[in-house]
Design a protein around this ligand. Structure first.
Ligand code: FAD
Ligand code: SF4
Ligand code: SF4
Length: 1024
């Protein structure tokens, strides 16, 4: 048996190793990069921008690593370890980087396990277990397990991003931990690389031999010797994730780690936050997928009552209770303001509750579970709250409400200004009987410190998330410490756990000794020293951690400064400050941002990682195909933040924004606006890209291709006259190749075909300005460049449909005619020519304001053009007229759906012939971003017999000119192949409806199918 080493040795070594590496020389970094590149096939990312993107996670911290390594195989992790050992460089393991306490930031080499190490190695359905690599994301694992009727039940809110390796690292806990336990309760075995290169294979102690058995004996000796200390200091709640699990030998948890009382050595690594070994694979215990669920939403008149009720509710569970989750008044209000969530939240409310508890029961039959809901209703009656329960039996309704709860923290983070809800005491766990008193006392602490907390989460297990609003650039760090001190005293008073879900990291490391006392802390150091004597793995995290309020480790320290720039777009809505108690924000433009709000807009990203998702929403197509951190919205926002605050070493602060590093990060952003809708804090990268391009191109110049694309609306009338000649590019062999070589347009693409007969040179029977202003059913049709010059049949079809519906249609034209047509400025924006776009937008305002002011709808066909009126035109300094226009600008389908709802389309409905063909709909990204997809579904359903099916797709990949560019062709096609093209191919008989010009082109190029605009389908169905 190995005797424990004296603690002092460990501590001295730890401190030295960390400090040495903090000052690591470029020479060592260079050698490290060179050897990684030579000895592995993995990605070696050592640029300033790459390091900066991996310097943060979902915490308040930022520490520049030496470099980043993305291994392709787990053997390459071993190689990297060997190289780091030789060069004495520490290693920080990383999965999705969604940790909230700074676990994944550090000075060493960051190893990103998420990109390649994500295989399911084995599923044993009989035994209900699976072996996986550490980088697999929970949702992906569960998707693969679904067909077996199984799942891995540690359902963290970040299930779409969190990797199993990261979840094990943090000992993560899901909403349903009351039924399934934490990560530690569900891990059966771990294989991990030790820092000396050996492979640790840990599982049940009774089956262990060799090194594993010796480790077991070592830890048992420590644990047994400390039994009185464990009994005295170890929190007895299930939600305790701090320190190492020394209690595997002498259980202290209210829920023992194993069902049969055996000892599993893998549990020692669970929650060790990458400090003891690098996980190679995990053996997981799976659970049967719950066959039925019901939800009772209890509405409470006071927050205290909700907290007090939790202890009674858990008693009616008898094995079927799977969750009791809290949502407080602030969260309810914020959700009601969010168009995506409002209706769902409303359906769960009775009056205006101060808090709601989501009480879930799961089991074999709905009937059995409905009885549990009745029991809940009775219990509430007994507790003096009759009529307080909304019964949700329907699965879809439950799912929607859970989505709101899952998004809870993110919704809270959307507060603009420098004060942000900060995570540092956000998961303390206290025994249920003290929950109400604890939350009241903590609320008083916040008030005393001039802040306020918003509460939500796991009432069933006494873990409540709360984040007071603090301004870390000013007095935030000091306040954080003061609040932490008082909160910890409360936790001790109520015999709770200070770290109950999110781990220790930089934020809570120093509280380990406070929680467990010096002797247990010393034992932790001995375990660390035993497994990682070289102190290579995340040094100074669990052992000898820095102070939580060390501002040199923070993303927004008081020294944080933004470079002054003159912005092209108006970012003043972001340039505000907030009141930490009322959460009211100051007037636009008053926030003191030297970058006029652009920096504050980029700083909205709190690094929660939601943009690393694959299965829902649109965000972020370029990450979906590359799996690169650089190509996430988060990676881009971080790159911009670092540039705008002059944090790129070696680049002059003034030059950083226009550097290649920023261009590189934004290059694959297709401007789909997926993040504008899906990012919970509202990071709007599409708009930021326009701002960036303006600065970049202004400095480096516009290429011929930029001009060719941007000025298209200007030369379109002229070009259409030479249509046959210009269309030769796709007919004469060699010309496409030449256009790629000379201009950069992909030879593998055909280009939109010019037409001699455009919408504008074909006579139409339409109303004049005067006629439409006087009409009883007026509408103004804005015909964009694409639908006028390339696909004029769409504009003609729209006109026909509107007239068949009885509208007086006026075609929008310039107030001062000059032979050119109106243009929203989209092509100029895409090329970064903001001034030219503004000039176009000004003409739009002059032309359309008289109609908008009279309340006449302005209807458009091309989503990216029409929706510019509701988006970018509002940040171009065009005043109130632009706002009025935005309120009346509608896509054709939005207009028709609105009119149908108010009973104005009966004539049109009667004129439509039935359809028997299946209809497939692909929504344009901007339609999705503005909630304009369901109106198309509604409009399609006006056709008798139509059963439209929406393709669950992200961006089509064409995104304006993006996919036509030779440098983007491959990525563009990969985006299309994610789901759009396979779905189209699967239904060869379907009519494919796509309103976006470029989407239709992509479908044609990729699936050789003609997609049509909804206007065309409607017009086709009109009886003659
Ligand atoms: C909005 C939001 C909501 C959250 N909700 C929850 C929640 O409901 N429940 C919960 O428990 N947590 C939650 N978290 C915290 C976090 O998402 C989880 O802890 C998650 O499991 C971390 O997974 P990850 O892949 O991002 O890991 P990372 O953050 O990348 O890493 C986590 C830890 O594991 C270590 N690690 C990663 N890979 C390895 C490896 N191969 N070998 C050894 N060590 C490794 C890292 O060094 C680090 O210490 C939330 C975070 C956010 C931002
Ligand atoms: S960009 Fe948005 S979704 Fe992505 S990490 Fe930042 S805040 Fe989260
Ligand atoms: S606009 Fe689209 S591609 Fe660009 S960052 Fe946002 S989601 Fe990603």
């Amino acid at each position: 048996m190995n005797a424990p080493l004296p603690l002092k040795v460990t501590r001295d070594v730890a401190a030295r190793a960390y400090d040495d590496v903090a000052k690591i020389s470029n020479e060592v970094a260079g050698k490290l990069a060179a050897r990684l590149a030579e000895e592995t096939e993995g990605e070696v990312l050592f640029s300033n921008a790459d390091k900066g993107r991996y310097a943060t996670d979902a915490s308040i911290y930022q520490v520049m690593p030496v470099g980043v390594f993305v291994p392709r195989t787990s053997d390459e992790v071993k190689t990297a370890l060997a190289i780091c050992r030789d060069l004495n460089v520490p290693i920080v393991a990383r999965g999705g980087g969604t940790s909230q306490c700074g676990q994944t930031v550090g000075v060493g080499l960051v190893i990103d396990h998420a990109k390649y190490l994500r295989n399911i190695l084995n599923v044993d359905v009989e035994q209900r277990s699976a072996e996986v690599e550490p980088g697999i994301v929970l949702d992906h694992l569960n998707a693969a397990l679904k067909k077996h009727g199984l799942w891995f039940p540690v359902d963290v809110s970040t299930s779409a991003q969190a990797t199993l390796g990261g979840m094990a690292g943090n000992n993560s806990c899901g909403s349903r931990s009351i039924a399934y336990g934490n990560m530690v309760h569900n891990v059966l075995g771990i294989r991990a690389w030790r820092s000396d290169g050996g492979l640790l294979e840990l599982g049940r102690l009774d089956a262990a031999s060799g090194e594993a058995r010796a480790l077991g004996s070592y830890v048992k000796t420590l644990s047994d010797a400390l039994l009185p200390e464990l009994v005295a200091h170890w929190p007895k709640v299930m939600r305790r994730v701090a320190g190492y699990n020394l209690d595997i030998f002498n259980n202290q948890s209210e829920k023992p780690y194993t069902q049969d009382g055996s000892v599993n050595l893998a549990h020692l690594l669970v929650g060790s936050e990458g400090t003891l070994g690098l996980t190679k694979s995990l053996q997981l215990r799976l659970a049967e997928l719950p066959r039925n669920k019901v939800l009772g939403v209890v509405n409470f008149p006071t927050f205290y009552k909700a907290m007090d009720a939790a202890q009674h509710i858990v008693k009616i569970g008898d094995g079927t209770l799977t969750a009791v989750e809290l949502v407080d008044r602030t969260m309810i209000e914020l959700s009601l303001q969010n168009p995506v969530f409002a209706a769902t939240v409303r359906s769960a409310l009775i009056g205006q509750p101060e808090a709601i508890l989501l009480v879930e029961f799961s089991g074999a039959s709905k009937t059995e579970l409905i009885a549990k809901i009745k029991q809940l209703v009775e219990l509430m009656g007994e507790l003096g709250l009759p009529g307080s329960v909304v019964e949700m039996i329907d699965d879809a309704a439950q799912k929607n409400l859970w989505e709101v709860r899952k998004a809870g923290l993110n919704i809270m983070m959307s507060l603009k200004g420098d004060g942000k809800p900060v995570s540092f005491i956000e998961d303390c766990a206290v025994p249920l009987e003290h929950l109400a008193e604890y939350t009241s006392a903590l609320t008083e602490v916040f008030t005393k410190h001039g802040s306020k907390g918003t509460w939500y989460a796991h009432a069933s297990v006494g873990t409540l998330h709360v984040r007071p609003i603090l301004d870390m650039r000013r007095e935030g760090a000091a306040k954080m410490r003061a609040i932490a001190e008082e909160a910890s005293a409360l936790v001790r008073h109520y015999k709770g756990a200070y770290s109950g879900e999110h781990g220790d990291g930089l934020c809570r490391g120093e509280w380990i000794e406070w929680q467990f006392g010096p002797k247990i802390t010393q034992a932790f150091a001995q375990i660390k020293n035993h497994l990682d004597p070289l102190n290579l793995l995340s040094p100074r995290r669990m052992i000898d951690p820095p102070k939580m309020d060390d501002t040199t480790l923070m993303r927004f320290p008081p020294s944080y400064q933004v470079i002054a720039i003159k912005t092209a777009l108006d970012w003043s809505a972001w340039n505000v400050q907030n009141n930490p108690v009322t959460e009211q924000t100051s007037a636009p433009g008053s926030g003191g941002d030297p970058a006029n709000g652009f920096a504050k807009a980029a700083e909205m990203c709190n690094n929660n990682g939601l943009c690393r998702q694959f299965d829902a929403g649109t965000m972020c197509p370029s990450y979906r195909v590359t799996r690169d951190e650089k190509h996430t919205t988060r990676g881009r926002a971080n790159t911009l933040r670092l540039a705008l605050s002059g944090q790129f070493q070696g680049i002059k602060a003034q030059d950083a924004l226009t550097s290649e590093a920023v261009k590189d990060a934004l290059d694959l952003c297709v401007g789909c606006k997926g993040c504008k809708r899906d990012c919970p804090t509202g990071v709007d990268m599409a708009k930021m890209k326009v701002e960036f391009l303006h600065h970049y191109k202004s400095k480096h110049g516009y290429t011929f291709k930029d001009k060719l694309i941007a000025y298209l609306p200007d030369y379109a009338p002229w070009a259409s006259r030479f249509a046959p000649l210009l269309n030769l590019r796709d007919k004469l062999p060699g010309l496409a190749f030449l256009s790629e070589k000379l201009i950069g347009l992909s030879a593998r693409r055909t280009l939109p075909q010019w037409k001699r007969n455009t919408f504008f040179n074909t006579p139409h029977d339409t109303a004049t300005r005067g006629e439409v202003l006087a009409a009883s059913k007026p509408v103004v049709l804005f015909v964009d460049t694409f639908n006028a010059y390339f696909e004029s049949e769409n504009a003609s079809a729209a006109l026909k449909v509107l007239q068949a519906a009885g509208y007086t249609v006026h075609i929008a034209s310039k107030a001062q005619p000059d032979g050119k047509s109106l243009c929203c400025g989209r092509t100029y924006l895409a090329s970064g020519m903001v001034d030219e776009a503004k000039a176009k937008a000004r003409e739009m305002v002059d032309a359309l304001a008289p109609f908008a002011e009279k309340g006449i709808a302005i209807v458009g066909l091309e989503p990216s053009c029409l929706l510019t009126l509701r988006d970018e035109m509002l940040v171009m300094g065009l005043g109130d007229a632009a706002k009025t226009i935005s309120e009346h600008a509608l896509l054709l389908e939005e207009f028709l759906a609105r009119e149908a709802t108010s009973g104005k389309l009966d004539a049109l409905k009667a004129a439509l012939k039935p359809i028997t063909q299946p209809i497939l709909l692909h929504g344009h990204c901007h339609q999705k971003a503005f909630g304009a997809v369901s109106p198309i579904m509604d409009v399609l359903k006006l056709i008798p017999g139509a059963q439209p099916e929406l393709i669950e797709s992200s961006c089509c990949g064409m995104a304006g000119s993006f996919g036509y560019e030779a440098s983007h062709y491959e990525v563009s096609m990969q985006m299309a192949e994610l789901s759009l093209l396979p779905a189209v191919r699967q239904q060869p008989d379907a009519v494919v409806v796509a309103d976006g010009t470029s989407c239709r082109h992509q479908i044609k190029d990729g699936a050789q199918r003609e997609a049509i605009h909804v206007a065309v389908l409607l017009a086709r169905q009109l009886r003659e």
